[in-house]
Design a protein around this ligand. Structure first.
Ligand code: MD6
Ligand code: FE
Length: 206
């Protein structure tokens, strides 16, 4: 009898997918998006405890968390305006890594200051888990932890550097994962430091 692998089948780390020039272009586009659709402070459902990351979104749908729960919605929770369109570089990335699936509908933008983290979680607020979730890291390096599809059991950790892409597909689509820490000052990409993580998702079946 052999134990299930950690990370599970369907996990891919694609180091250096975006070179420095493309990282800079992407950050410029994200800054424009954030002017239109500013970072907001999400809170945990029920407890109202603030996340240590701030968030925004682009694409037709955006992920939000507030006192009432987690959900996808077409408008910004503070401004009430629709989320800005997804940059073409991101739709092209999705085309490249998930060609057999319909287009991504949501791109969550997470901003981490040097002391921010993200607890172990599954991405499971989507209607379908067929398509993978695809992430892009920009700015300071982070320590990423990933385990299996139950909360208990072994985990492994690895560094995500600026320009790296992670794909959670197959069995890994519902793997528990999180960010333990940010390595302050490890990148010069963002003027004031910190880290941006973009996660691309298919939300609906059709
Ligand atoms: C992060 N990433 O890198 C947190 N989720 O800041 C995620 O939560 C994540 O990297 C789904 C797929 C890939 C990811
Ligand atoms: Fe996640």
């Amino acid at each position: 009898m052999t134990a299930k692998p950690v990370p599970p089948e369907g996990f891919r780390l694609l180091p250096g997918t975006f070179d420095r020039d493309r990282q800079e272009a992407l950050v410029a586009q994200i800054r424009q998006i954030l002017e239109e659709s500013p970072l907001f402070q999400p809170v945990m459902p029920r407890t109202g405890k603030p996340f240590s990351v701030r968030m925004s979104n682009c694409g037709p749908l955006g992920w939000v968390s507030d006192i009432n729960g987690y959900r996808y919605q077409p408008t910004h929770p503070v401004t009430g305006r629709p989320w800005p369109p997804m940059p073409q570089m991101l739709s092209e990335l999705w085309q490249t890594v998930a060609p057999e699936y319909p287009p991504a509908q949501a791109c969550l933008i997470n901003f981490y200051h040097a002391d921010a983290k993200m607890g172990l979680h599954q991405d499971r607020d989507e209607e379908t888990f067929d398509a993978p979730v695809v992430s892009v890291s920009l700015g300071d390096t982070a320590t990423f932890r990933i385990g299996g599809t139950t909360r208990k059991g072994p985990t492994t950790s690895m560094r995500l550097a600026s320009g790296d892409v992670v794909v959670l597909g197959g069995e890994a689509r519902l793997a528990y994962h999180g960010i333990d820490r940010i390595l302050k000052g490890s990148s010069t990409l963002l003027k004031n430091g910190g880290r941006i993580n973009l996660t691309l998702r298919r939300v609906t079946k059709g």
